[in-house]
Design a binder for this molecule. Structure first.
Ligand SMILES: [Zn+2]
Length: 702
């Protein structure tokens, strides 16, 4: 069996990624892989090549929802399939979800018009149906529209795709191996989605010249003659596919001994992971690795391999900690679990009732017998057990020095990456001043963004303000208006008795016209340079920003923050819905140095461009906190105005919070606001209602 693209086994290097994909191929219940790395590593090539080495799939012939003939989905829209439905065997499928896909493309489209007018449930399956029992691959998964992320998370959690429009609903099974690739420089992944991925790996281009040359050599050979290249690798591919299939067959027999389970719990506890999902994924990956290595039972080596892949994105860490799981810490945790492995003192642990698969939703072959540690409630008991384990095995003084504590993240104002600053004396971070309720800053016009409480919206989630004939596909029926439109024609359509059903034609349909409020992206661009850095004043400015942040949270906005000081600008917080993260980074914000205002504005523009790709309907509001000064480089002030002109040309709505102080004020910030075609406010004007003391403080300080 060969695929149609670059062969999986011909990809050079990237051993972690190869192993992570193989383990998932052996045990899809592990839950997929997230691959992080810069552009130009062959990470996408390798992922796309995976399908060709996956075991073949048996499916019901003609079913668009990939039903398994052995256990067809009872709710399959193409069903019900009889017990003797014709079946076929075909290669496993890799379905790619484009970042800009519509909701209909992902979950499928239900034709509400035909449902109402013809009584037919016409349903066109989407990518989730196509990916069922295969791989769903999302390149640039961090840029995926929030709305699609929600749908994807729902489907992944339930193993079901559920579509409903106006009371007409369709559901079908959707279990798939989720693989995502991303370049972290382009933005963070939402934590819920990050947690969905069983394993994570970092992919980097190889450094050794010999390896790099081999990568290029193979790529050239492939591009020159793909068919010949594939033929040359077909034995290798077939061998790998056989080995994966054999490991998958072996997996149900792999035993996870109690001592190994204890090691899993100990390792997870030592790295301070939240919840029990990490333990499950680590155990599953360790069992898959044992099956892959043809071992009958899980060893410490299997657990080490599994933990390295399962824990990096789950360990509690500070924003600037190095990624990954350090080997020495891993060794220590494994050893400590062994030391404790004396005569057992924490209760029965063999042969409990054994048919619970604690994670649910898995598609194949973990061995429930060896997974349930004790008793009828494996999940809860396992949790308590691993907590105890944590207290005993991994003592507090073992964990604390490595920053695994659960501090809120303040006070860690180290290493923001630009503390070096040419001429930038760094001042201690000023604590934020007190917060106050701010007035609503909103965008002109009405948008189509996700529901929220900031700007006016024309999208489908607000109050019904009227009815109209459908514009495109009907999504929100206005029933009363539809009946009213149909009513005058009933006699002409042959409805003669009151008990006869209402005759509705397509032209009668009316959709609801809605108006509500949308949420926005509020991007703060904050001057953290020396000119703003007088300590008390920066504290008050932080208080004002914090107030805006809390307001943004209440209005369900996304927030991001760019700061500029010293030698340049930095994205302190990629757009996120986590206001806690924003507040923590704001509190620790170092200040001092020159004022590269233009760099700050250009960085903001870059962030907004990326974000527009990810979420085109979410309109941004740029909040520039500055005194209008610019220093450093050539013509600093003119450059800043040029950058502002670009933002204005992109039609970015903006508000300048003018922090200029002193008796003689020269209006630099107001001039910049004019170039941005934005509003200008003094900090005191941000407050809703009477001025808070903290705001007055900004005026006084200088
Ligand atoms: Zn089916």
């Amino acid at each position: 069996m060969t695929g149609s693209g670059f062969p999986f086994s011909a990809v050079v290097g990237m051993d972690d990624l190869r192993l992570a994909l193989v383990l998932n191929a052996v045990s899809p219940a592990i839950g997929g892989v997230l691959v992080q790395g810069e552009k130009g590593t062959a990470k996408s090539t390798m992922v796309r090549a995976l399908a060709a080495v996956l075991p073949q799939v048996r499916a019901v012939t003609g079913c668009r929802f990939n039903c398994d003939p052995a256990a067809p989905d009872p709710e399959c829209p193409d069903g019900p399939h009889g017990t003797r439905a014709p079946e076929l065997t075909r290669p496993s499928r890799l379905v790619e979800l484009p970042v800009g896909a519509t909701e209909d493309r992902l979950v499928g489209a239900l034709d509400i018009e035909r449902a109402l007018t013809e009584g037919v449930k016409a349903y066109e399956p989407g990518l989730l149906a196509a990916a069922h029992r295969g791989v769903l691959y999302v390149d640039e998964v961090n840029l995926l529209h929030d709305h699609l992320v929600d749908l994807l998370l729902d489907a992944a959690a339930l193993g079901t795709c559920y579509v409903e429009r106006e009371g007409v609903s369709v559901r079908h099974a959707a279990r798939f191996l989720l693989v995502g690739t991303m370049n972290p420089e382009e933005g963070e992944l939402r934590p819920q989605l990050l947690d969905r991925f069983g394993l994570t790996v970092e992919a980097a281009a190889p450094r050794q010249p010999g390896t790099r040359a081999e990568v290029v050599r193979r790529r050239l050979a492939y591009d020159d003659n793909p068919a010949a290249f594939r033929a040359a690798w077909s034995d290798e591919e077939a061998g790998l596919a056989r080995r994966i299939a054999a490991a998958r067959a072996r997996l149900p027999g792999v035993v996870l001994p109690d001592a190994a389970l204890r090691q899993v719990a100990s390792v997870c506890a030592a790295f301070g992971v939240d919840g029990l999902r990490a333990d499950l994924v680590t155990a599953r990956a360790a069992m898959a690795h044992a099956a892959w290595e043809e071992r009958p039972e899980v060893t410490a080596e299997d657990i080490r391999v599994a933990a390295r892949l399962a824990l990096p994105h789950r360990r509690r860490r500070q924003p600037f900690d190095a990624p990954g799981v350090p080997d020495d810490e891993l060794d220590r945790a494994l050893e400590e679990a062994m030391d404790d492995d004396g005569p057992d003192d924490d209760g029965p642990d063999d042969d409990g009732p054994d048919d619970d698969d604690p994670g649910g939703g898995g598609t194949s072959g973990t061995n429930p017998k060896s997974m349930s540690p004790n008793g009828p409630e494996p999940t809860a008991n396992g949790s308590a057990d691993s907590q105890q384990q944590a207290g005993r095995d991994a003592s507090a003084d073992h964990r604390d020095p490595k920053n695994h504590g659960d501090g809120a993240g303040n006070g860690n104002g180290n290493g923001n990456g630009d503390g070096d600053g040419n001429g930038g004396r760094e001042l201690p971070a000023a604590p934020p001043g007190s917060v106050f309720r701010v007035k609503r800053l909103d965008l002109p016009g009405a948008g189509l963004g996700a529901p929220g409480r900031r700007s006016r919206s024309r999208s489908g989630d607000g109050r019904v303000t009227g009815a109209r004939p459908p514009q495109g596909r009907l999504t929100r029926l206005h029933l009363a208006a539809t009946i009213a439109a149909a009513a005058p024609h009933q006699l002409a359509r042959g409805r003669t008795t009151p008990s006869a059903p209402l005759v509705v034609r397509r032209g009668d349909l009316r959709e609801a016209r809605l108006e509500g409020r949308e949420s926005n992206l509020v991007l703060f661009v904050v001057d953290a340079s020396g000119s703003m850095a007088a300590r008390s004043r920066m504290g008050a400015v932080k208080g004002a920003i914090l107030s805006l942040l809390i307001d943004a949270y209440q209005r369900r906005d996304k927030v991001g923050m760019v700061t500029f000081r010293g030698s340049g600008a930095q994205l302190l917080l990629p757009p996120t819905s986590s206001v806690e993260a924003a507040a923590a980074r704001l509190a620790a914000l170092p200040t001092g140095g020159r004022t590269p205002l233009a760099a700050g504005l250009l960085r903001a523009r870059e962030v907004l461009r990326t974000e527009r790709l990810r979420d085109p309907r979410r309109r941004p509001l740029l909040v520039l906190v500055t005194d209008g000064r610019a220093t450093g480089g050539q013509e600093p002030l003119a450059s800043a105005h040029r950058a502002a002109t670009l933002l204005a040309a992109d039609r970015v709505a903006s508000v300048v919070v003018d922090c200029e102080t002193g008796l003689v004020r020269i209006g630099l910030a107001a001039a910049l606001a004019a170039t941005l075609r934005g509003a200008v406010l003094e900090p005191g004007e941000l407050a809703a209602g009477p001025l808070a003391d903290s705001v007055r403080m900004i005026r006084k300080a200088a």
